[in-house]
Design a protein around this ligand. Structure first.
Ligand SMILES: [Zn+2]
Length: 118
């Protein structure tokens, strides 16, 4: 929760996003609150875990850590890696640059099948 705050992203811009639903999804991802990852708090179900990695399902895990999504991450979020380490940074994935042509967090989520569940 609170994965990305205004202290990390001082400018909460949506760049060229005009679609209100996409603006909402981006805001939810930035604060780390999605239905997919947080619904257990409402339903009192057990916390969801990633089936592949066996770790708690979080926005951070889905966007920058999950090994089963590494191919999609390299395809759509390749500019979000550190120069030397190759580590993906959540602040870059959800920052303004994440919506540049050929680098799209929404297409990443769409192909990963996450968008309908967020
Ligand atoms: Zn995983």
């Amino acid at each position: 929760m609170g994965e990305i705050t205004t202290s990390v992203l001082p400018d909460w811009t949506y760049t060229h996003i005009r679609d209100r639903r996409k603006q909402i999804v981006l805001a939810l991802l930035r604060i780390g609150h999605t239905y997919l990852t947080q619904k257990y708090l409402l339903t009192r179900d057990p916390q969801p875990y990633c089936d592949d990695c066996l770790v708690p399902l979080t926005v951070r895990h889905l966007l920058v850590e999950c090994l089963s999504l590494i191919e999609l991450r390299h395809r759509y979020l390749y500019r979000c890696r550190g120069r030397d380490s190759g580590v993906f940074y959540l602040s870059k994935v959800l920052g303004p640059a994440s919506l540049a042509p050929g680098h799209d967090v929404f297409r990443f989520q769409g192909e990963a099948g996450l968008l309908p569940n967020l």
